[in-house]
Design a protein around this ligand. Structure first.
Ligand code: EPU
Length: 420
């Protein structure tokens, strides 16, 4: 079943690799297109599984979505057939919970099954439900179904007890068409949130404060058509930088936004990685001595949790004891077990903390990819390991990284995709 990667490790890497559009930015703009009956064009869309699955969910609701050419889509939600999400489709991607925001705002109703569990933690949805209720949504449904209705959303003040990226985006979309003013406090500040807001404003929304913890939204009656250019994927850029550093290679990472990676790049420097950054590139030079660090994942602008796994691989190659504290998701360190089977020396102190003793030589082996970010990091581990590895369950990696093996081959990696 499926496909797998065959990797021969320790091949010298060099050259340039381009970063694609951000999965977690493009996904939201497709969803937000439900807010208007006008056409949107979305550019620089990564050709990845999560996007394809979301397009399926939206088409099932009745949206017209056409691919004009590679990475360019036309989306229009002129008429929709229903406000209930197909449960088998929507359970595949958690981001589908966000669709409740624009559906309620424009059509007054949204129905879907509870999103399934996830390997990186429980991933509750209470913040979405509380936030939408604050804007005037009524929650019905039963233990399997979320059924939200409203006679019209009204602006309100909502304080997030905990920072959530997708819940912030969902409430922004809902409030964009609500009556009156909404204030979101303790909102997420991620570049993907800012990019969504900038685009909504270009279509006539009135939103201030994105990129700060306080976002003010003045509801408007309608949004216009528009063109959105997806921002570069900061997680992909950071992952490539970690790969270059861990493999002690000189690689130029192009078409990225270094300003979205300030803390991660600072940590790389502390580790001893030699970097040069330009307006839209990061050049990682062949690193010499790598040093251990103590780091904590944090909401933006802190160290992104999505870059914790690639950083862990890098730290297996750094001299001394490193400590990583994962504060965002509780299940996001379990893949380190697989790294230990490859020869790393990692102790899990509790589900939120690991200690890495480096440097360790890694050895190739058979690996089953647990989730998207751990999956790509195990590709890095296999690329720096001695010998051959096979990586199975690569559908997880395909969720977020477009044709990754072809792009890695271009910088010299020995990685092949084969049928299982
Ligand atoms: N949380 C709640 N209740 C909620 C929502 C979230 O308790 O209703 C908790 C979560 O359990 C977690 C914390 O809040 O402990 C933060 O999670 P957040 O809601 O910010 O995560 P998310 O919005 O579901 C997005 C990205 C993730 C990324 C996180 C953190 C998208 C589609 N997903 O998820 O990306 O890790 O923010 O930056 O934007 C990935 O791309 O691989 C990925 C997991």
């Amino acid at each position: 079943m499926g496909e797998k990667f065959l990797i021969q490790g320790r091949k010298p890497l060099s050259g340039e690799i381009k970063v694609k559009g951000a999965k977690n930015a493009a996904l939201k703009v497709f969803i937000a297109s439900l807010l208007t009956d006008k056409e949107w064009q979305i550019y620089n869309v990564p050709e990845i599984k999560d996007i394809f699955q979301e397009i399926e969910i939206l088409k099932d609701l009745g949206l017209k979505i056409e691919k004009e050419k590679k990475g360019v889509y036309k989306v229009r939600a002129k008429e929709i057939k229903k406000t209930e999400l197909d449960s088998s489709l929507s359970q595949k991607i958690r981001a589908s919970i966000m669709i409740t925001g624009p559906l309620l705002a424009r059509f007054g109703e949204a129905k879907l099954s509870y999103p399934g569990g996830c390997l990186i933690g429980k991933r509750p949805i209470d913040l979405f439900l509380e936030g939408l209720a604050a804007l005037g949504a009524e929650l019905k449904g039963d233990k399997n179904t979320i059924h939200l209705t409203t006679k019209g959303l009204k602006g309100n003040v909502f304080v997030f007890p905990q920072i959530s990226v997708t819940a912030t985006e969902c409430l922004i979309m809902a409030a964009a068409l609500a009556k009156g003013k909404t204030v979101l406090k303790n909102a997420a500040m991620e570049p993907e949130v800012v990019s969504l807001v900038d685009f909504l404003n270009s279509c006539g929304a009135q939103i201030k404060g994105a990129g700060t913890p306080n976002i003010e939204i003045k509801g408007v009656k309608k949004l216009r058509g528009g063109r959105y250019f997806t921002i570069p994927d900061r997680i992909e850029a950071g992952t490539f930088a970690a790969l270059a550093a861990a493999s002690k290679s000189k690689v130029k990472i192009r078409d990225c936004e270094p300003l979205h990676l300030e803390v991660f790049l600072k940590i790389l420097k502390k580790i001893g990685v030699e970097l040069e950054r330009g307006r839209n590139y990061i050049l990682v030079r062949q690193s010499k001595a790598l040093r251990s660090v103590k780091v904590v994942t944090h909401e933006y602008p802190g160290l992104p949790t999505d870059l914790q796994p690639p950083l862990t691989i890098l730290l297996t190659q750094a001299k001394g004891l490193s400590l990583i504290r994962e504060t965002v998701f509780e299940g996001r360190l379990f893949y380190t077990d697989i790294l230990n089977q490859m020869g790393a020396d990692i102790i899990m102190c509790d589900p939120h903390r690991i200690v890495i003793q480096g440097p360790s030589r890694l050895y190739g082996r058979r690996i089953i990819s647990p989730d998207i970010r751990a999956g790509i990091s195990l590709v890095i581990a296999a690329l720096i390991a001695q010998g051959k590895s096979t990586i199975e369950n690569i559908e997880q990696i395909d969720r977020g990284y477009e044709k990754i093996e072809q792009r890695l081959q271009k910088i010299g990696a020995d990685i092949k995709r084969v049928k299982n």
